[in-house]
Design a protein around this ligand. Structure first.
Ligand code: GLN
Length: 243
């Protein structure tokens, strides 16, 4: 099966090697006999039909460069998500999937409005290892955060997880990230998928479901991945509380 992936603005939003998430998806798909067909979606490009969208993180400057172009793509992106396409958005990309982002300079950037949230930059950066409890999946996610933006979820919005250790969306609510249908937004990068293989497989399964194949993927040994997850969670736990 060919899994079609649309990578939004790879030249602009790729902080902390967020592109590595695509490499993980590609490798895990290949072992199961599927091929990832990744196409870049850049400035002024039409939104192609894909099974999975991906957007990485970037600083305010890069976000400013892409925000208006991305907002102009919001119609087709929303239609694709309602039709079951999967979407992973990391950090700066996550912020831009909400309604708006007010950056450190006080500039208001428009968002896609795909996720029920908005973000306002604060003065203090929230940096460090993070551990999340994703009760909805019976799993945990380990990663690294570095953001000034405080993301506020609307009432009733589903977070990606509860913060066990770290700051999360705003350092106060105890929530991290947001999910809606097959869309996942998160501050975790570093990148996120190498140390959280269950999440990579979930995205692949959802992308495959969109492509017409409903099936669980065969588990992989994931020894190194499990070790990376353990090291990362231990670092997050030893970091202790929040602000
Ligand atoms: N500009 C955003 C912030 O600092 C996103 C940063 C990032 O992607 N690392 O909040």
């Amino acid at each position: 099966m060919r899994i079609r992936v649309g990578h939004l603005y790879p030249e602009y939003l790729n902080i902390y090697a967020d592109r590595g998430n695509i490499a993980v998806l590609s490798a895990r798909a290949r072992v199961r006999g599927h091929e990832l067909d990744v196409q870049a979606i850049g400035m002024g490009d039409a939104v192609p039909t894909v099974d999975l969208f991906y957007v990485g993180g970037g600083q305010d400057r890069e976000q400013e460069l892409v925000a208006h172009d991305l907002a102009a793509k919001s119609g087709p992106l929303r239609e694709a998500v309602e039709a079951g396409a999967a979407f992973l958005a990391v950090c700066g990309g996550y912020q831009l999937l909400g309604r708006s982002y007010r950056d450190v300079a006080g500039v208001d950037l428009p968002g896609v409005g795909l996720l029920p949230l908005h973000t306002v930059a604060g003065e203090r950066r929230m940096i460090g290892d993070v551990l999340l409890d994703c009760a909805w999946a019976g799993e945990t996610l380990a990663g690294f955060e570095n953001h000034a933006g405080r993301t506020i979820l609307d009432e009733g919005a589903e977070p990606l997880g509860r913060v066990v250790s770290g700051f999360g969306n705003d350092g106060e609510s105890g929530f991290e990230g947001c999910r809606y249908k097959r869309v996942y937004g998160t501050y975790l990068h570093g990148p996120l998928l190498p140390r959280n293989p269950w999440f990579a497989d979930r995205l692949l399964e959802e992308a495959l479901a969109h492509a017409g194949v409903e099936a669980r993927l065969e588990p992989l040994p994931d020894e190194l991945e499990r070790e990376a997850h353990a090291v990362s969670s231990a670092r997050a736990r030893s970091r202790g509380g929040r602000f």
